[in-house]
Design a protein around this ligand. Structure first.
Ligand SMILES: [Zn+2]
Length: 129
């Protein structure tokens, strides 16, 4: 396997995937709040399968951390691959936003074809036609 930073398209895929995992975790936690006593928390967490090499996710997680730390004001001397990676985090966020339209009521990202917002239960895509 080439180092993750040598394959930006796949790395971006890993970044988007982590954002999706995060959304699914939030959705799962919310639905478990609704269904008290549910025993399948573990199963829900396994719903999405990771398909890329683990190295991509590790590097992607590091890049999210780095981007977050920089946004909070930390100053780092970045290597070229880190600088490229932080830009990739931006592209991944934009891709995620395109693929997960925000609810007009509460702003939460939702899956592309969701009918109801997982967070506030508002109907999505109402005036789309
Ligand atoms: Zn909503």
């Amino acid at each position: 396997m080439p180092a993750p930073h040598h394959n930006p398209p796949v790395l971006q895929q890993a970044l988007v995937f982590l954002l999706e995992e995060q959304l699914e975790r939030k959705e799962a936690e919310r639905s478990l709040d609704r269904v008290r006593g549910a025993k399948n928390a573990g199963r829900v967490r396994q719903a999405t399968q990771r398909t890329l090499s683990e190295g991509y996710y590790l590097w992607a997680e590091y890049l999210f951390w780095l981007a977050e730390a920089m946004r909070a004001g930390a100053a780092f001397q970045l290597e070229a691959r880190e600088l490229d990676g932080v830009k990739l985090v931006q592209s991944a966020r934009l891709q995620f936003e395109r693929e997960h339209p925000a609810c007009r009521k509460c702003g939460s990202p939702n899956k592309e074809f969701a009918l109801l917002c997982w967070n506030c239960n508002a109907r999505l895509n109402e005036a789309a036609a």
